[in-house]
Design a protein around this ligand. Structure first.
Ligand code: ZN
Length: 210
């Protein structure tokens, strides 16, 4: 069970997390979690390029270590990367010490100030350890492409119905999401382009510094 749109009350409870980037411009931030994945990330990059879109990839450290060429390609094509822990750690089931180690190990490879907790699960003490060094990026719109009971059309609707200026939208360039992503992403990109939304990467220097 998940909500395609995060309710304002959840966002208000955690003001030290970034849920959306308020702006008067017509733009959205697409994000892709859990890669890089050789079977899927190059295809995502091709789709983005064909639509003049820039995005942010929250990388699992061990995937980035296995596929450094893909990390380079992501950056070379004008996208940005963020830290998604080394092994996709669940913060609720990981000690703060181990969690921070996992983030730091990933950080040695990718740098930057962007961090997204896997599953959105992070404890108060983990937040306290990381928030000085990172902007902790959540989202306000979930495509739901990780949900095997949904289809691609549903994921597309989740995105197009709920996105607004400044939205942070989550997709996954992971094999688990592949069928739904391959349907929904090209149509979502066309939707934003046709409705005049720019698609921009989150800055690696961090939201507050940018
Ligand atoms: Zn993830």
């Amino acid at each position: 069970m998940y909500l395609a749109r995060i309710p304002a009350v959840a966002r208000a409870l955690f003001p030290d997390l970034v849920w959306r980037v308020p702006t008067t411009e017509r733009l959205v931030h697409l994000t892709f979690d859990d890669g890089p994945t050789p079977e899927l990330t190059p295809w995502v990059l091709d789709q983005l390029r064909a639509n003049s879109a820039r995005a942010t990839f929250f990388l699992v450290g061990r995937n980035a270590a296995t596929h450094p060429g893909l990390v380079e390609r992501i950056r070379r094509e004008g996208h940005t990367v963020g830290n998604h822990t080394w092994e996709h750690a669940n913060g609720w089931r990981t000690s703060t010490e181990a969690y921070v180690r996992s983030v730091e190990r990933t950080q040695d490879r990718i740098g930057g100030r962007l961090f997204r907790p896997p599953y959105g699960r992070i404890t108060r003490s983990q937040r306290r350890e990381l928030r000085g060094r990172f902007d902790i990026i959540m989202w306000d719109v979930l495509s739901g492409d990780f949900d095997a009971t949904a289809d691609g059309a549903r994921c597309l609707r989740n995105v197009t119905r709920h996105a607004r200026s400044g939205s942070i939208i989550v997709f996954h360039d992971s094999l688990k999401a592949e069928a739904r992503l391959r349907h929904a992403l090209p149509l979502a990109l066309a939707h934003f382009r046709q409705s005049g939304f720019a698609m921009r990467a989150l800055p690696e220097v961090g939201i507050r510094a940018a």
